[in-house]
Design a protein around this ligand. Structure first.
Ligand code: HSE
Length: 437
């Protein structure tokens, strides 16, 4: 029997995901070889720390602290970057691409911040970069967008893309606890980072949204164009009021495009309890993609963690191996990525319903004044909720769910309400409602 073709793989970064990749190659390497007709051979693993136990047995001869030398080895065709960040990870990725090697990475921050440069270097050297693990962990959402849905114009993508935030929101709702308390418990349980701001302030979701938007609409999507609100300031009271009104609050990446341009935003968003995205609890991720041919599709799974992320990385290794065997990239994204920059919609024109919580003066006529200002801005009211105060108070919470309105009108109405004396004693709390129609 002829010897099976071998393709050499180097893993940079022997952390949680790196160890998961090594373990998956050991566990399912034979299965992959059967499926691909190619054997993926681990040539080395580079990390500055070679003493920590990674929970996986690896031949010590494969371990090195010299990433650059490992990349340069002629028997390495695919370089897996799992270091993270934008420093040495970027250097190694550029080195590998300049040598014409295929790169597989999970590094959404690097792709979101330097994707344009990295793609350019890849194109210059006819090298390929694959990044399935960068969004949605084990969910094959990149493959779905690049391949499964390539017959479609993408109309919308909604993503629950950060497990830490979804876990915190789920516990806040279920246990009626404030954000700070749940964050502390999540950190103690290892579900949230000691320095959690990348996750809770929405930036990790924005990095992933940039990757998805770039794939869906072509061209570079600068992070500066993505409007981002995280969950740090979300009050348990709003989760409870939203629940009473039939909604759950999720940190959503919203990506949508039409002839007027695209919107990419990240924000706490009200989702009807009956919608599938509302049922995505705990650390899980989900992505809804609406295409003009296929309609609505939904993807669900673990968005992070050793095994789920390794599953995505190794799937990229399989694709990379097949592409190398075929002598090139099966899907040349450079044609798409080099199109004219994506046009962004004017945020003021984005139309949505809104959840508003006012701290409203408890005096006859106040609600009528608010309704009148909203009305003057052509903003309808879908529902209003106020509870009897347990004891007399000067200001009481009143929740208003508005009809669809452009953001410009919503901003103007809320500014007018805040500026009119005797109505509210603090700015209204406002969250978008998505109806998914
Ligand atoms: N920190 C991310 C999350 C996973 O909580 O989902 C890595 O992107």
């Amino acid at each position: 029997m002829p010897k099976m073709k071998e393709i050499g793989v180097a893993v940079l970064g022997f952390g949680t995901v790196g160890a998961g990749v090594v373990e998956t190659l050991q566990k399912n390497g034979h299965l992959l070889a059967d499926r691909l007709g190619i054997r993926l051979v681990l040539r080395g693993v580079a990390d500055l720390d070679l003493t920590t136990d990674r929970g996986v047995k690896v031949d010590p001869a494969l371990l090195t602290t010299d990433g650059a030398a490992l990349i340069a080895r002629p028997d390495v065709q695919i370089v897996v970057e799992l270091i993270g960040g934008t420093g040495v990870a970027k250097q190694f990725i550029l080195q590998a691409l300049q040598l014409g090697k295929t790169v597989v990475t999970a590094n959404k921050k690097l792709l979101a911040e330097h994707g344009e440069e990295i793609q350019r270097v890849a194109d210059e050297h006819q090298a390929e970069i694959l990044f399935e693990a960068s969004v949605g962990g084990g969910i094959p959402i990149i493959k779905a967008l690049r391949e499964g849905l390539c017959a479609n114009r993408i109309e919308r993508i909604y993503g629950i893309l950060n497990g830490t935030c979804n876990y915190i929101l789920t516990r806040m709702e279920e246990e009626k606890l404030p954000f700070a308390e749940v964050l502390k418990a999540a950190q103690a349980a290892g579900y949230a980072e000691a320095e959690p701001s990348l996750d809770i302030d929405g930036h990790d979701t924005a990095h992933k949204a940039a990757v998805l938007a770039s794939l869906a609409y072509g061209g570079h999507v600068p992070l500066a164009k993505i409007r981002v609100t995280g969950i740090r300031h979300l009050a348990a009271a709003d989760i409870a009021y939203a629940a009473e009104m039939g909604y759950r609050i999720k940190l959503l990446a919203i990506i949508q495009g039409d002839a007027n341009g695209i919107e990419v935003s990240v924000q706490p968003t009200l989702v009807a309890h009956s919608h599938q995205l509302a049922a995505v609890g705990g650390v899980f991720n989900a992505v809804l993609v609406q295409g003009d041919v296929v309609g609505t599709t939904l993807y669900y799974g673990r968005g992070a963690g050793r095994a789920a992320t390794a599953s995505a990385v190794v799937a990229d290794l399989a694709d990379a191996a097949l592409n190398l065997q075929a002598g090139g990239r099966r899907r040349d994204l450079s044609a798409v990525q080099s199109r004219a920059p994506v046009a962004f919609r004017d945020p003021g024109e984005i139309v949505a319903r809104n959840y508003l919580r006012f701290s409203m003066r408890d005096k006859p006529g106040t609600l009528a004044s608010v309704a009148s200002i909203l009305g003057r801005h052509q903003i309808g009211i879908d529902s209003v909720m106020q509870h009897e105060a347990p004891s007399p108070a000067d200001y009481v919470p009143v929740i208003i769910v508005t009809g669809p309105a452009p953001e410009r009108e919503m901003d103007a109405a809320l500014a007018e309400i805040a500026a009119t004396s005797g109505i509210v004693n603090q700015p209204a709390v406002r969250y978008r409602i998505e109806d998914f129609d």
